[in-house]
Design a protein around this ligand. Structure first.
Ligand SMILES: *Cc1c(COP(=O)(O)O)cnc(C)c1O
Length: 386
């Protein structure tokens, strides 16, 4: 089956038709990634976390696949409403909310919320007849550059007291959740977290608090180095094994973001100018760290970059279009000599890329072009991302 992990597009043709810079979103890759993770985690309900790429087409494709969703803001609630997504398929996982945010999500119909502290439980108590709570547990992970337990999550020993507080406030306890960090190298931390949650669940049951759901979060990695397929089945095997040992009658859910979104977009940008500076070729591009390559700053990812040109190689610099000198996407990249109009292709550019773009210098963002490599290779809708 064709998808962006195994197919080269006619990049030049796309730029001739739609201009530059572009991000090409492939629906077939979205389906491929969703199905791969689904089959690697049998019986686990997948809630796509909207944050890495809250794009309408991706949401439509996932909805067709039967996915559920994970949202964290009123804007993300609006997206769900616009798509007519059943609120029962949604969880709201922001651990810190305004009263208004809780009311807004409830008004849509989403009833499952996350808390990791007493202040938040007290807010939820105002809606106690409607809400169900998951307590987020923290498992700090110094191995990942995006350690999502640094900012949120209660320590394992704090969880039982929080569950007891929830019960005494009259809030229905739904489950436990964690996020071991994004783009983790191995599933070791997931396994440790599942095992630790398993103990907390048993301890809670001994204290007459029933827990129904374990949410194992996101973090599932993609292969940025080779722009290739991750062996997700191998990655998930130890998690599946750990899940087979949790207490009975626990429904397991997960919140993948990056794994589904990242491989689904390819970036295409063009050389707009060139220079020799301090003996090194510099190529200036029409996309950079303030737009599609923003993940190189915020998400600490370096996207694999290619040219289809051939020639003698020089270590070169690729710089973005703004007037800021931080706007450099590669300092020492081996490239043949490029000319104005030549293309630079960035792979695995779906997650945390355009989602964190800015309008700095009033430089227009990359256009998103849709393809479906499985169906009609170049059936296309263009859209400017506002
Ligand atoms: C960002 C986020 C996710 C998605 O994480 P990935 O590492 O991209 O899979 C899931 N859940 C929560 C609560 C998040 O903040």
């Amino acid at each position: 089956m064709n998808n962006l992990l195994n197919t080269e597009l006619n990049y030049q043709d796309l730029v001739s038709k739609y201009g530059s810079p572009l991000l090409v979103l492939d629906k077939a890759t979205v389906r491929h990634q969703y199905r791969a993770l689904k089959s690697a985690l049998p019986g686990v309900t997948l809630h796509y976390a909207l944050k890495p790429l809250p794009h309408d087409t991706l949401i439509d494709v996932l909805e067709e696949e039967g996915a559920c969703f994970d949202l964290a803001s009123n804007g993300e609630v609006d997206i769900m409403i616009r798509h007519g997504i059943d609120p029962d398929k949604c969880i709201h996982t922001h651990p810190i909310k305004k009263m208004n945010d809780i009311a807004y999500a409830l008004n849509y119909g989403c009833r499952i919320f996350v808390a990791d502290n007493v202040c938040e439980l007290e807010k939820l108590a105002a809606f106690k007849d409607q809400v169900k709570v998951m307590i987020r547990v923290s498992f700090p992970n110094p191995e990942t550059k995006v350690d999502l337990s640094k900012k949120f999550g209660a320590l394992p020993e704090e969880v039982l007291p929080l569950l007891q507080t929830a019960v005494s406030l009259g809030i229905e306890v739904y489950g436990l959740s964690f996020h071991v960090g994004s783009q983790v190298k191995t599933s070791k931390r997931h396994v440790e977290a599942v095992n630790a949650c398993s103990e907390i669940i048993s301890e809670a049951r001994r204290n007459n608090i029933n827990i129904n759901v374990l949410d194992i979060g996101g973090g599932f990695p993609v292969d940025y180095e080779n722009a290739g397929e991750t062996d997700i089945r191998e990655f998930c095997k130890p998690i599946v094994e750990a899940l087979s040992n949790i207490p009975d009658n626990i429904r397991v859910i997960a919140e993948p973001g990056r794994f589904i979104a990242a491989p689904s977009m390819v970036g295409i940008c063009s050389v707009t100018g060139k220079s020799m500076r301090f003996g090194k070729p510099w190529y200036y591009l029409d996309d950079g760290v303030y737009c599609s390559y923003s993940g190189q700053i915020f998400d600490h990812v370096v996207y694999p970059k290619f040219t289809q040109k051939i020639g003698a190689i020089n270590f070169s610099v690729l710089a973005g279009p703004t007037c800021d000198s931080i706007d450099i996407i590669a300092e020492d990249i081996p490239l043949p000599e490029l000319d104005v109009g030549d293309l630079i292709i960035g792979k695995m550019m779906g997650a945390y890329t355009i989602a964190t773009a800015t309008d700095f210098n009033f430089i227009p963002r990359a256009k998103i072009v849709e393809v479906d490599l499985e169906r009609e290779p170049l059936s296309i809708n263009i859209e400017m991302v506002a």
